[in-house]
Design a protein around this ligand. Structure first.
Ligand code: PEP
Ligand code: MG
Length: 883
């Protein structure tokens, strides 16, 4: 067969290696079936067909129809039931399953195969008319929503009215006859909204559902999810069709979801939730609050309803064995869905479980220590970007908290922001620069953009595996779920907790680690980096070749960077030292001076300040290399704008304000990023670079004398395009060095090198390397100049470019390896040919991006330099790149 792969009943056409073809769900169902686990029989229509489906404009060719008939025959053979048979009908589920897990993003239809005849057969064979009619009711509701795309609320309303009319509280109070009446109402609703009766032909039902699942690959929410998670649209989804098993056949039936370890903290304990007499979607949808799986978890939470371990000890023991088997088989923490039908356990899904960064670290380190995986594998297991979650602040334990209520600690970390009650508002306010907390009764996949925009998420309903919890953990957003004591009126924009009222825009804080919800903003503290984090970093450092430095100017940033493991400074942007309130006046005086003498007067004032900056930096980075870049930005960035600023510069320089203004107008540039900046400043005003070089060498000697260990400054010239520029600037630096050495009677070692951030510099790298002693790739400017895209104006169109697949990712975030990468490769090669062993690094934003770091490893650079908070990410990414 071409597109259909069977599983169950002793057959497995695929296995876990077929993820690309069968999607994660299909591949793992086949794998579980092949290792003898109880999997309801079924088949997968491969992802290959997804492309065909779109190419054929949503048609199903005869070949596929024949294959699906064979697949159905396989299920019929194993179950002994027949699809559409009125006496003993086969019911199936139809589910999506892409290569990468996209929880809740695509469509599912359950109980398919029910119609006015088969429902009677189901009632007879199950001996439970209520169950049969409830299944039919659920099927019509789900099918109408997912396949027919009718108004979902109308069905919910009919259900609520049916209960209210009869004075019932729970869905389960409805009797078989009540449900039969409700089904009639549902069918009338379908006919009214759709203009046709609900489809009675089970094959029509099947093809409708298959089409809907393939169609959901291009739904808005799936597109958003793919964009946020870098999943290419070309992958497509598979469709899984599988015999139904029922968790809603009375009190010996149940359905649940479980993790083989705690996905929030990583502890080695089964973790999950289940519901007795319920169907799968009930747990995830957060409609009823589920019960704990283990007694230990129930007791820890102080909850009353029996755990699965207590309520169904025999099945639980069997399940626990399956958990262990799956974890050993897959060598990773698994996220599992199961159903118990009248005492018999069925496995519906297994996959690598999503987990918080904290849990990922603990699980990787524990598994390496348990011998389940190697240390190298442990290093490979951690997504470097996820470390971000750990490196950011948590609530200050000493700060007072105005606790409103407590929910479940669904995704760790703390966040404060304005309360908002719907996702569109969350996105709008976040785009306007506000921090927001999204508060919903429960979230659904339609909330994905709001959850992404929010700093944190709070829900009134739903457990630890609810949509909100799973998605928040995946996104690294703190989340408190199931805070049952809050009631939300989203339309009115208020939330009530006891006698307290929170309105839209009020500040609230959530702590996803404890589940606390607080009024107001609570201060935060830096996290401690020890334990599993430290252990894994040591393993990572053991395998990486690339050195990791930090981009830092202030002693504080430098300290943070060192604590995070930076091995030096790769870029100190000296202009950042000039924005200080006092210094800016001197800088402006320097820029606006009419002649060299005027500039030197101002520079003399700046020298001591600059020198003391460098002393502090050298002290923090004792024993490590420090790369200092001489002044780079266009002068216009420093120009005064307001009258008062002009007045102040005029006073301090003793110049007429009108002269100053005329000079400022002269300095105006049309395209400053390509204008009077970088080494062009040094070429036209060498005294600026001379002062900076002097400050560097005086500071280095001062620290050498004080500490006995001389730092090795690496003086870096920006925006070089020709060897001659570098030659001239190096002469200025060397001359300043000699002057300082003569003055102090002491010499120190130093290097003079250049940034490579213009295409011409890449082309001429051989000549440039004859003068420069090191290269540091300034990939921000190199991207800007190679792509001809302004780094300051790109945001307006780059999102569209990424959406339309013109660039796979934002090239200012992740290096354009194909294009800019070629230039870097060429420059590295030419540089090395001219000066064997020349030191090569990168200091653009890409130095902290894992994919770009992999490129740097492949190109054989010596180091990457990243912002302080990204240093651990870079260390881990460098290790992974080396493995
Ligand atoms: C660069 O261009 O990549 C760089 C590091 O310099 P800046 O961002 O300061 O222009
Ligand atoms: Mg630059």
């Amino acid at each position: 067969m071409t597109y259909v792969y069977r599983f169950g009943g002793g057959v497995s056409d695929g296995g876990k290696g077929d993820r690309n073809l069968l999607g994660g769900k299909g591949a793992n169902l086949a794998e579980m079936a092949s290792i003898g686990l109880p999997v309801p029989p079924g088949f997968t229509i491969s992802t290959d067909f997804c492309a065909v489906y779109y190419d054929e404009g949503g048609q199903f060719p005869q070949g596929l129809r024949d294959e699906v008939a064979t697949g159905i025959a396989h299920i019929e053979g194993v179950t002994g039931k027949r699809f559409g048979n009125a006496a003993d009908p086969l019911l199936v589920s139809v589910r999506s399953g892409a290569r990468a897990s996209m929880p809740g993003m695509m469509d599912t239809v359950l109980n398919l195969g029910l119609n006015d005849q088969t429902v009677e057969g189901l009632a007879t064979t199950s001996g439970d008319a209520r169950f049969a009619w409830d299944s039919y009711r659920r099927f019509i509701q789900m099918y109408s929503d997912v396949v027919l795309e009718l108004d979902h609320d109308a069905f919910e309303e009919a259900l609520e009215i049916a209960k209210e009319d009869r004075g019932y509280f729970l869905d389960t109070d409805l009797t078989a006859d009540d449900l039969r009446t409700l089904v009639a109402e549902y069918k009338a609703l379908v006919e009214k909204q759709w203009g046709k009766p609900f489809p009675q032909d089970v094959h029509d039902q099947l093809w409708g559902a298959v089409g809907a699942v393939f169609g959901s690959w291009q739904s808005e929410r799936a597109k958003v999810y793919r964009r946020l998670n870098d999943i290419p649209a070309s992958w497509g989804t598979a469709v899984n069709i599988q015999a139904m098993v029922f968790g809603n056949m009375g009190d010996t039936s149940a359905t649940g979801v479980a993790f083989t370890r705690d996905p929030a903290k990583g502890d080695r304990a089964y973790y999950g939730e289940f519901l007795i007499n319920a169907q799968g979607e009930d747990v995830v949808a957060g409609i009823r609050t589920p019960q704990y799986l283990t007694t230990a978890a129930r007791e820890a939470a102080g909850a009353k309803p029996l755990s699965m371990e207590e309520a169904m000890p025999v099945v639980f023991a069997e399940l626990a064995k399956v958990f262990d088997l799956l974890e050993t088989h897959y060598r990773d923490m698994q996220d599992i869905e199961f159903t118990v039908q009248q005492g018999k356990l069925w496995m519906l899904q297994t996959r690598s479980g999503k987990r918080t960064a904290k849990a990922a670290l603990k699980i990787a380190v524990d598994m390496a220590e348990e011998g389940l995986i190697t240390r190298e594998e442990a290093v490979q297991r951690i997504d470097p970007a996820a470390l971000d979650q750990l490196l950011h602040p948590t609530l200050d334990p000493k700060a007072p908290r105005d606790v409103l209520t407590k929910g479940l600690p669904a995704s760790p970390g703390a966040a404060s922001g304005q309360a908002v009650f719907d996702s569109d508002t969350a996105e709008k306010r976040a785009n306007a620069g506000d921090s927001v907390i999204l508060i919903r009764t429960e979230t659904s996949p339609e909330d994905i953009h709001g959850m992404h925009a929010a700093r944190g998420i709070l829900t009134a309903r739903g457990g630890m595996t609810s949509h909100a919890a799973v998605v928040a953990r995946g996104m690294g957003r703190p989340c408190v779920s199931g805070a049952g004591s809050i009631s939300i009126d989203a339309k009115a924009g208020v939330m009530k907790v006891g006698d307290r009222t929170i309105r839209e825009g009020d500040l609230v804080t959530i702590d996803g680690t404890t589940g606390e919800v607080m009024a107001g903003e609570v201060p935060t503290v830096q996290p401690e980096l020890s334990g599993d984090f430290a252990a894994l970093m040591v393993w990572a450092d053991g395998v990486r070749r690339l050195k990791v430095r930090a981009n830092a100017e202030t002693p504080l940033d430098a300290k943070v960077a060192r604590e995070f493991g930076a091995e030096g400074i790769g870029l100190c942007r000296t202009e950042h030292m000039f924005f200080d309130a006092q210094r800016i006046t001197d800088v402006r005086q320097m820029i606006l001076a009419e002649d060299e003498a005027g500039r030197r007067t101002a520079l003399d004032k700046l020298l001591p300040a600059q020198r003391s900056d460098f002393v502090q930096l050298f002290e923090v980075m004792a024993g490590l290399p420090v790369t200092i870049r001489l002044l780079d930005p266009p002068l216009h960035e420093f120009l005064p704008h307001q009258e008062a600023e002009f007045a102040e510069v005029a006073r301090s320089a003793g110049i007429d304000i009108d002269v100053l203004k005329r000079r400022a107008a002269e300095l105006h540039e049309f395209n400053p990023m390509l204008g009077h900046r970088g080494c062009r400043l040094g070429v036209t005003y060498p005294e600026i670079y001379e002062m900076q070089a002097r400050a560097i060498f005086e500071a280095a000697i001062e620290v050498a004398v004080k500490s006995g260990a001389a730092p090795i400054p690496e003086v870096m010239i920006p925006l070089v395009g020709t060897a001659r520029e570098l030659e001239l600037m190096k002469a200025v630096v060397d001359k300043a060095a000699e002057a300082v050495f003569a003055d102090k009677g002491q010499r120190i070692e130093y290097l003079v090198g250049t940034m490579i951030e213009l295409p011409r510099a890449c082309l001429m790298a051989g000549e440039i390397a004859e003068i420069g002693e090191f290269f540091s790739f300034g990939t921000n400017d190199l991207t800007q100049t190679t792509l001809g895209v302004s780094r300051d104006d790109a945001a307006r169109f780059l999102t569209t470019y990424v959406e339309r697949g013109i660039y796979a990712r934002d090239p200012f975030v992740s290096l354009d390896v194909e294009g800019v990468g070629q230039l870097i490769g060429m420059a590295a090669e030419r540089g090395r040919a001219a000066r064997p062993g020349i030191k090569l690094g990168i200091c653009g934003e890409h130095g902290g991006d894992p994919a770009s770091i992999a490129f740097c490893e492949a190109t054989g650079l010596d180091y990457v330099s990243a912002s302080p908070y990204r240093v651990p990410i870079a260390r881990l990414a460098a290790a992974q790149a080396a493995l």
